[in-house]
Design a protein around this ligand. Structure first.
Ligand code: PRP
Length: 215
């Protein structure tokens, strides 16, 4: 039997996903050991292989078939724009992609002024401003703590993830426009979906049934 390989986005989402998989009988004891430096974990009996990757690399592993299945946030899927099937919303890690800034930036958005937008997600920001709003903006790529940008004068607004809104609030910023809701998704390699349809479909259906029963 060929292994089905699952790429997990390192961190909280991987832990949550492993819990869900365990509920449908797909277990991997080794991966739970926080101290291990191992990268790939195998459940020989069930024929599953697991690895932990940087979230933004998960769609890449899946597109190229190095992983049959990936579990990753919708933000990463949108930003990476890889060719793959998105098959299931795990309804966890719910948050929103938003345009945020000080209240004073609201007018600049509605007047379609040429503003600077700082973000970790340049492709999502580009798509939103250029294709949906038809507003020309200058996009500045940052790698984290994006809320700093409007505070120190790097950009008028940011495009970023808002979960509780606490980071914005504590820094005198607010949601100005909502781009889209986000949550964790299962993605599947397009060839694997055909070649290993039975096993992959079973996993997806079992997960869907578990999510429905858990409501
Ligand atoms: C994310 C996001 C916001 C924050 C939102 O950052 O980029 O900064 O969480 O959460 P909240 O609405 O509950 O306050 P993360 O912690 O991933 O770090 P980063 O900003 O360095 O990317």
């Amino acid at each position: 039997m060929r292994y089905i390989t699952i790429a997990l986005a390192k961190g909280r989402l991987a832990r949550k996903t492993l819990e869900m998989l365990e509920q449908i009988g797909i277990t991997c004891e080794e991966i739970k050991d926080e101290k291990t430096r191992k990268l790939v974990f195998v459940n020989e009996e069930l024929g599953f292989k697991f690895f932990l990757a940087k979230p933004s690399d998960v769609p890449t592993y899946v597109e190229y078939g190095a992983a049959d299945i990936g579990v990753v946030g919708k933000d990463t899927i949108l930003e990476e724009g890889r060719t793959l099937y998105e098959v299931c919303d795990l309804k966890t890690g719910n948050c929103r992609m938003c345009v945020c800034g000080p209240a004073s930036a609201k007018e600049k958005l509605s007047h379609h002024e040429l503003i600077r937008v700082a973000t970790k997600y340049p492709n999502i920001a580009k798509d939103y401003f250029y294709n949906k709003k038809h507003q020309t903006v200058e996009i500045i790529k940052l790698n984290g703590s994006v809320e700093l940008a409007p505070i120190v004068g790097l950009a008028e607004v940011i495009v970023d993830i808002v979960e509780t809104g606490a980071t914005l609030k504590e820094n005198g910023l607010e949601v100005l426009e909502e781009i889209c809701p986000l949550s964790a998704r299962i993605v599947v390699n397009q060839v694997s979906m055909k070649m290993e349809n039975e096993r992959i479909s079973k996993l997806i259906n079992d997960l869907r049934n578990y999510l429905d029963s858990d409501k």
